[in-house]
Ligand binder design. Structure first.
Ligand code: C2O
Ligand code: CU
Ligand code: CU
Length: 512
């Protein structure tokens, strides 16, 4: 007799749809169980030099603002032998240049959308007016130009930029739209950290992809994935199987998890220790030595690793240290071991940089006066506090100049994470306990372990607008696109929550 013990799993469809599939039979499940652990250690040919995104060029206008031209375009890339892959990129066919500027500088952009659908460019981690934020309310129409401008007003940090159109962020990032945005400041420039771009200060945009038989990006959700697409090939800065020639003893890696859904637990093939020097919002007061560093989608970290002359060592992703247990963990990549990039040290290594005793400023909101507390429960792929994103709904307003504590809970049995626009926050506690060292610096995105509660303290400063909201959301992009997102406005004294202008993106239609 055929016993049918039906197991119901909810699958996420690409593009925001949520579907369900019913599976029967332990045999089928066993097959997929074995297949769902991905192991690529020793199997990646590190035969391509790591691409380093060029630094974006800029010109100065009469007022001294630095102007960057960003051209969003489609193209093709020969990732593999055979047919070229159709891609999107900024100022090139895939990914975008690294934007680099210093605190206090005025930056201005001409973002031209050369695609035949609307998109946007959001500056993830940036403190700036909501009208410049590049979220769903600043979509740029095909052939439109968007011209945001603001003064950099935050500590040195590794930020990034990516599209944020309503419901299509995952798709646009997966096709290739993303880049790094490095902010420098006087303090960071005064430190003797490795800082030569592409030499001992190396951007690493880590992303996974699935290719179909025709070498095109495959955007089907992975089997039984709660997170959408989990690629089986890892690229760094768009390079598959990358190696990097090390010429200095110390190398700083600016790690960005630019994947749509995959978590990485970084470490080296020989488990050597390395130093975490910066989290999302900037430098830590002092380095933290570790041999593992877990980053969920959207998170960044700067690490410094030491090499011996002549050696070869690989950067890997290991099974998740936390947040993933049981079958759902495995089906979402939690047991995977992946080779990422090989580092090949030269016979002699320059040795001038060091990790300073003291670097950035520690988050200081633990004892701040709290103006408001709010709670957020993320659940079921597409909801926060029981509601899905509605671009016209402003969920609440915060007062400029005040500190709030947001208690954020993952109410599900699988992973979410939580990103807030405009601010960097301090993780006060995780389930009532002191956060692990990797979460003690300034953060704008934090992984939410299943059923865990995170208390986040943040100060809202400077930019008020009662009508144009900032977002908070899960950065697993298929969840974000399905609606796991909300909106808040920053209010000046006496201001009330306004109304989102219907044509919020109208400014993008004009020419330049
Ligand atoms: Cu990186 Cu609202 O996103
Ligand atoms: Cu963001
Ligand atoms: Cu989520």
């Amino acid at each position: 007799m055929k016993r049918r013990k039906a197991l119901k799993w909810t699958l996420i469809g690409v593009g925001g749809g949520v579907g369900a599939v019913v599976l029967g039979g332990a045999g089928t499940l066993g097959y997929f169980w074995n297949k769902s652990k991905l192991e690529t250690v020793g199997e990646v040919d590190f035969d391509t030099p790591l691409a380093v995104p060029p630094l974006a060029e800029s010109t100065e206008d009469a007022s001294g603002a630095r102007i960057f031209n960003l051209e969003i375009q489609s193209g093709t890339v020969a990732f593999k032998d055979g047919r070229e892959t159709e891609t999107w990129g900024v100022n090139g066919p895939f990914l975008g240049p690294t934007i680099r500027a210093k605190r206090g500088e005025e930056v201005a952009f001409a973002v031209h959308n050369g695609l035949d659908e609307g998109t946007s460019i959001h500056w993830h981690g940036m403190h700036l007016p909501s009208v410049m934020d590049g979220g769903p309310h600043q979509e740029v129409e095909p052939d439109g130009v968007w011209a945001p401008q603001w003064t950099l007003n935050q500590p040195a940090a590794t930020l990034w930029y990516h599209p944020h159109p309503h419901g299509r962020t995952g798709n646009h990032v997966y096709r290739g739209l993303a880049g790094m945005f490095i902010v420098d400041d006087d303090e960071s420039e005064g430190l003797n950290l490795p800082s030569e771009y592409g030499v001992d200060d190396v951007p690493m945009i880590v992303q996974d992809r699935k290719f179909n038989g025709d070498n095109q990006f495959n955007d089907n959700a992975s089997f039984m994935s709660m997170q959408g697409i989990l690629g089986d090939e890892i690229m760094v800065n768009g390079t598959l199987g990358p190696y990097f020639d090390v010429t200095t003893r110390l190398v700083r890696l600016r790690l960005l998890n630019g994947s749509v859904s995959r978590l990485y637990n970084f470490g080296f093939s020989d488990d050597r220790p390395f130093s975490l020097i910066a989290t999302d919002g900037g430098l830590l007061p002092t380095a933290w030595e570790t041999d593992r560093l877990q980053l969920s989608p959207g998170e960044r970290a700067e690490i410094v690793v030491a090499f011996e002359p002549g050696e070869t060592v690989a950067l890997r992703s290991n099974p998740a240290d936390e947040g993933y247990e049981g079958p759902l963990g495995r089906f979402n990549g939690g047991d995977d071991r992946l080779d990422i990039c090989e580092f090949r040290a030269a016979g002699t290594l320059a040795d001038t940089a060091e990790i300073p005793e003291s670097m950035g400023t520690a988050p200081d909101l633990a004892d701040a006066e709290i103006a408001a507390e709010r709670s957020f429960s993320l659940s079921g792929f597409n909801q926060i506090n029981g509601e899905s994103m509605d671009p016209m709904r402003i969920d609440f307003g915060v007062r400029e100049g005040t500190v709030e504590v947001w208690e954020v809970e993952n109410s599900d049995g699988f992973m979410h994470n939580f990103h807030v626009h405009d601010v960097q926050y301090q993780v006060l506690t995780v389930d009532g306990r002191e956060p692990p060292p990797r979460l003690r610096g300034w953060k704008d995105t934090v992984q939410l372990n299943p059923q865990a509660k995170y208390r986040l303290a943040m100060r809202f400063a400077d930019y008020t607008d009662p009508n144009l909201p900032y977002m908070y959301h899960c950065h697993i992009l298929v969840h974000e696109d399905s609606g796991m997102m909300g909106q808040f406005v920053v209010l000046g004294e006496g201001e009330e929550i306004g109304t989102v202008p219907v044509s919020a993106s109208a400014s993008s239609h004009g020419g330049h």
